[in-house]
Design a protein around this ligand. Structure first.
Ligand code: BMP
Length: 349
């Protein structure tokens, strides 16, 4: 049923978890269902890319483990760009181990993903316990974060005179060490304004009432969510239809944490389903190369239109299609427009 519903209406459904609602509103306001796959290998490249393309995307996907000099500086700067340009961050970690191990991988080590990425993803092949394991690790990270902030506020120096940030405070939740530098931190945990009307804006950008809605939606400073990999884009992947169904079943049991799937088609079959479908393997072939639909290493491509209009996908994930363009900002805009037009056509806007 949500296939033809607008993102805005889906955000306002009563059981939409806060981060899903936040993303759906953000997509509506920025008129973007484009996720950039920032597959670059240095902090400098990552930040340059995020700055160039940030206005056109709702989400930036990282592979932190391919960044040579990934560290605190990477996280701080990326969070700042995400705050300024209003996008969420998705670490494409593809967790796939026993619960106890993934908890540590999620919250500790050099990547400490839970501290800086709102969204991450997991495979279900280790069994369904991977989901509650990550969920409770996220909750612990939130608790630790709040405790840290309280401690620092009570023992730290007087708050700096800088005014509180006017934009949605927790879309870009000041995470871990980043947050501690900020002078004001909201730790409210109630989300009560999801059903407020929101007027789409003609151009991407956040101003006025929708931004207020987002700000209130984001009043919890440390929202975290998980996607399950229900299908892959690569040729001969082994995620069978039965496996896909198992992913959907598990997701339904954790609707507060699993906000959607990485998949090649929408998997919303029950009336209560409002999962967001994130789809990689998307490109717009350059003129003259329409026949090229892969990368020679198993990747298979389809167009944004095939994905969004043909298969009900919501967010298209694009890497090399944008990364290899001469003008990446311009190319990202072209993808944004294509994907958004397909969405509008799907919902009859
Ligand atoms: P590209 O658009 O350059 O082919 O990049 C696709 C990105 O999406 C890569 O980061 C890859 O790891 C990821 N991805 C994918 O291609 N297919 C999947 O099924 C799942 C993915 O995460």
């Amino acid at each position: 049923a949500v296939w033809t519903m607008s993102f805005k209406d889906r955000a306002a459904l009563p059981n939409t978890p806060p981060l899903a609602a936040y993303l759906l509103y953000l997509m509506t306001i920025k008129q973007s269902n484009l996720c950039l796959s920032a597959d670059v290998t240095s902090t400098a490249e990552l930040l340059a890319l995020a700055t160039e393309v940030g206005d056109s995307i709702c989400l930036l996907k990282t592979h932190a483990d391919i960044i040579d000099d990934f560290g605190d500086r990477t996280v701080r700067a990326l969070r700042e760009i995400a705050r300024q340009k209003n996008f969420l961050v998705f670490e494409d970690r593809k967790f796939g181990d026993i619960g106890s191990t993934v908890q540590k991988q999620y919250t500790a080590g050099p990547l400490a993903i839970a501290k800086w990425a709102e969204i991450t993803n997991a495979h279900l092949f280790p069994g369904p316990a991977i989901v509650p394991a990550l969920k409770s690790a996220a909750a612990s990270a939130i608790a630790a974060y709040n405790t840290t902030v309280h401690t620092e506020i009570s023992v730290g120096p007087p708050a700096s005179p800088s005014p509180p940030s006017p934009s949605p405070p927790s879309s870009s939740p000041p995470a871990g060490p980043v947050g501690r530098k900020q002078s004001t931190v909201s730790i409210s945990t109630t989300i009560s304004t999801r059903t407020e009307p929101i007027s789409p804006q003609p151009t991407p950008g956040l101003a006025g009432e929708p931004a207020d809605v987002l700000a209130r939606l984001g009043a919890t400073p440390y929202l975290r969510a998980l996607l399950l990999l229900a299908e892959m884009s690569s040729e001969g992947h082994m995620l069978t239809p039965e496996y896909r169904e198992a992913c959907v079943k598990t997701a339904r049991e954790h609707r507060d944490f699993v906000i959607g799937f990485v998949a090649q088609r929408a998997l919303n079959a029950e009336p209560a389903d409002n999962f967001i479908t994130f789809t990689p393997g998307v490109s717009l072939p350059p003129p003259g190369q329409e026949g090229v639909r892969g990368d020679g290493l198993g990747q298979q491509y389809e167009t944004p239109r095939d994905a969004v209009l043909g298969r009900g996908c919501d967010v298209v994930i694009v890497g090399r299609g944008i990364l290899r363009a001469e003008d990446r900002a311009k190319e990202a805009e072209r993808y944004r427009r294509e994907a958004w037009r397909a969405y509008e056509e799907r919902v009859g806007a």
